[in-house]
Write a protein that binds this ligand. Structure first.
Ligand SMILES: *Cc1c(COP(=O)(O)O)cnc(C)c1O
Length: 231
C-alpha cells in the first residue's frame, strides 16, 4: 500500500513540478512518518525514500537509531528548548525555528558537538492562533538575529498552511512565503540563504509546488491516516 501511495504522490509531484516550470530535482518529497512504526518507514525506504519527517524529538531519535544510516530525519514539529540537546547531530534540518531563544539553544548544543545545524524559520503566514511560527512582520528581525549564530545556518522558510477543504484557498499563503524569501535573499545577509521553501502537505502539496515549494511534507498521502490513540 505504501509503495502504491508513493508512486501516486511522486506522479502528482512530478506533474506539479512540470507545471511550475522546474525539474524533479528541485522538489524534495519528505515522507512524514510520525506515529508510524519502523516497518512502515522501511517499506518507504525500500521504495527509495531517504527523507523522513518527524514532529517529536524522542520518536525521531528512536527511529534514527534503528534506520539505515543514509536515512535523513527532518524535524518538522514544534521544538522545546530542553529537547534540543537530544536532537542535534541526528536531524538533517530543523524546519521549525521560530524564536531567537530557540536558535540560541540550537547554537549552544551545536557548538558543543562541533556541528553546524541547518534550520528553516517557521512563519505563521495566516496568523492562526493554533499555530507556531513567527509573523511575517517579525521575520526579518529574526533572520538578522539568527544569522549571527556561528553554528546555525538558515537555509530558508517553512509554513504550515491552514486546514482547508479547497487547496486553492492556501495558494495565497504559499505565495506570500515565497515572496518573503525572495525579499530576504535580496538583502544578502551573511550566513543566510533562502533556497529552501518547505510548504505543502497531503491536502495541498501540488498547489504549494506550483507556488515554489522546494520541500513538501506528505504524511497521510503516503502512510495512510494516523491513529494517535495507538501510539
Ligand atoms: C503531520 C505533519 C505533516 C503531514 O501532514 P499530512 O496532512 O498527513 O500530509 C506535514 N507537516 C507538519 C509540520 C506536520 O506536523
Amino acid at each position: 500500500m505504501i509503495k502504491e501511495n508513493l508512486e501516486k504522490v511522486r506522479e502528482n509531484v512530478h506533474r506539479a513540478v512540470e507545471r511550475s516550470g522546474r525539474s524533479d530535482s528541485d522538489v524534495l518529497l519528505i515522507a512524514v512518518s510520525k506515529t508510524k512504526p519502523v516497518e512502515d518507514l522501511m517499506e518507504a525506504y525500500d521504495a527509495g525514500v531517504r527523507d523522513f519527517g518527524e514532529n517529536k524529538v524522542q520518536e525521531l531519535v528512536d527511529k534514527y537509531e534503528v534506520m539505515p544510516k543514509d536515512a535523513r530525519f527532518h524535524m518538522i514539529g514544534h521544538l522545546q528548548k530542553n529537547k534540543v540537546k537530544y536532537l542535534i547531530g541526528k536531524t538533517c534540518l530543523i524546519h521549525s525555528v521560530d524564536s531567537f531563544e530557540l536558535a540560541k539553544v540550537i547554537q549552544k548544543e551545536s557548538e558543543k558537538k562541533n556541528v553546524i545545524t541547518d534550520v528553516l524559520l517557521e512563519v505563521n503566514v495566516a496568523k492562526e492562533d493554533s499555530k507556531f511560527g513567527v509573523f511575517k512582520e517579525d521575520l526579518l528581525n529574526l533572520v538578522k538575529e539568527v544569522s549571527t549564530l556561528k553554528n546555525v545556518r538558515i537555509k530558508g522558510l517553512m509554513t504550515i498552511a491552514p486546514f482547508v477543504e479547497n487547496p486553492e484557498d492556501n495558494r495565497q499563503y504559499f505565495n506570500v512565503l515565497k515572496r518573503l524569501g525572495i525579499d530576504i535573499e535580496s538583502q544578502n545577509i551573511d550566513n543566510v540563504s533562502m533556497g529552501t521553501y518547505s510548504m505543502g502537505m497531503t491536502g495541498d502539496y501540488e498547489v504549494a509546488i506550483e507556488e515554489g515549494a522546494t520541500m513538501v511534507r506528505v504524511g497521510t498521502g503516503i502512510f495512510g491516516v494516523r491513529n494517535y490513540s495507538l501510539f
